[in-house]
Design a binder for this molecule. Structure first.
Ligand SMILES: Cc1ncc(COP(=O)(O)O)c(C=O)c1O
Length: 341
């Protein structure tokens, strides 16, 4: 079952018979301002990639992690986690029904991975699960994509304690967390103890740094999990140029601070624009995307597409998610919105 995501503009362009270059693509939550690609030495292209100590140091510092390791986008690990968890739990799971608790609305690749691995799926939304089965799996997407909801450190700590009691695996997907203050992240609360080591925080590099195409992300977890992850992804999953760019970007504090300001300002400008045309809609937003809840979301989606403005219609078909765009594209968005009235 292929999951529909934002992006994949060529398919939509074909459907509406409008050339790809004529579209305003707001369908993803990837920053429209990307980290400038530094000059990449020829050796980085020529050699097999090496995960250097300096990259790990930069990532540990940026993510406030005791242990972290790069992966080829957090998606790589989302797909691998069921196998890793089954291997780790081999002695306890034999023959029993396995359970996974996931947000009902949220990045669907998590659901797909656990479903394909034979887990019985249970869904929650605003309230984190507090009565889970032994040896189960809980996935939290913080902040939620596309709903923008967040959970506090206190809520997540309670969940972590419950998972610990039930010997469950807790996965916190912080793909969009870079836009918040460092205190938002659960990474510093990962404690490398023998009592409970089943906690993994996934971090995506591509969204905040606007470089989703280079396919790099990070797993922040305990030493034991890192060893399993390293072995599972092998030595060359992440290409040399991605490692090189990420190392520089993760150390560039000044750029990160300016990026936060830029994204917040742009999100506010776009929210104001959307509010002025979609008068009665509920709008939830963060600094990387804006979700507009509408009774006629699929109608509006079609109308925007017919004007070559591509947004993401949620799977529930009750909202549109607008990714950010540069200011120079706002008159174009405004023209499309004004035609809806
Ligand atoms: C919530 C969430 N997690 C993870 C991912 C995977 O991103 P990546 O593989 O680029 O890190 C996405 C992609 O859209 C996402 O929305």
């Amino acid at each position: 079952m292929a999951i529909v995501h934002g992006g994949q503009l060529s398919k939509v362009a074909k459907k509406y018979a409008i050339p790809e270059q004529d579209w305003l693509d707001l369908s993803t939550g990837i920053a429209p301002f990307s980290y400038a690609i530094p000059t990449i030495p020829a050796k980085v292209w020529q050699d097999l990639p090496t995960i250097s100590e300096s990259l790990i140091k930069a990532a540990e510092h940026y993510y406030q992690a005791d242990y972290c390791w790069p992966v080829a986008g957090s998606q790589q690990l989302i797909e691998k986690l069921p196998t890793l968890w089954n291997d780790k739990n081999r002695s306890v799971n034999t023959g029993e029904m396995k359970h996974a608790y996931l947000p009902k609305v949220g990045y669907k690749e998590h659901q797909q991975a656990w479903f394909l691995a034979g887990y019985q799926l249970h869904f929650y939304q605003q309230t984190l699960p507090d009565n889970i089965e032994k040896n189960s799996v809980v996935v939290v997407i913080n902040p939620n994509n596309p709903l923008t909801d967040t959970f506090s450190i206190t809520q997540l700590t309670q969940l972590k304690t419950h998972c610990q009691q039930q010997q469950a695996l807790l996965i916190i997907d912080e793909a969009f967390a870079d836009i918040f203050e460092p205190e938002f992240s659960f990474v510093p609360h990962i404690i490398n103890d023998n009592q409970y080591d089943n906690l993994i925080v996934l971090r995506s590099f591509g969204k905040f740094f606007g470089l989703a195409g280079i396919r790099i992300g990070f797993a922040c977890t305990t030493q034991q999990w890192l060893d399993m992850i390293k072995e599972s992804i092998g030595p060359w999953s992440i290409n040399g140029p991605a490692l090189f760019i990420a190392e520089q970007a993760l150390q560039d504090k000044q750029w990160q601070l300016s990026q936060k300001v830029r994204l917040n300002q742009q999100s506010e400008a776009m929210q104001a624009l959307l509010k002025s045309y979609l008068l009665n809609a509920r709008i939830e937003a963060n600094a990387l995307f804006i979700t507009v809840f509408l009774n006629d979301a699929s109608d509006i989606y079609e109308k925007l597409c017919s004007q070559a403005v591509y947004v993401r219609l949620t799977d529930e078909q009750n909202a549109l998610r607008f990714g950010l765009t540069e200011s120079s594209n706002l008159p174009r968005l405004e023209k499309a919105l004004s035609s809806l009235i």
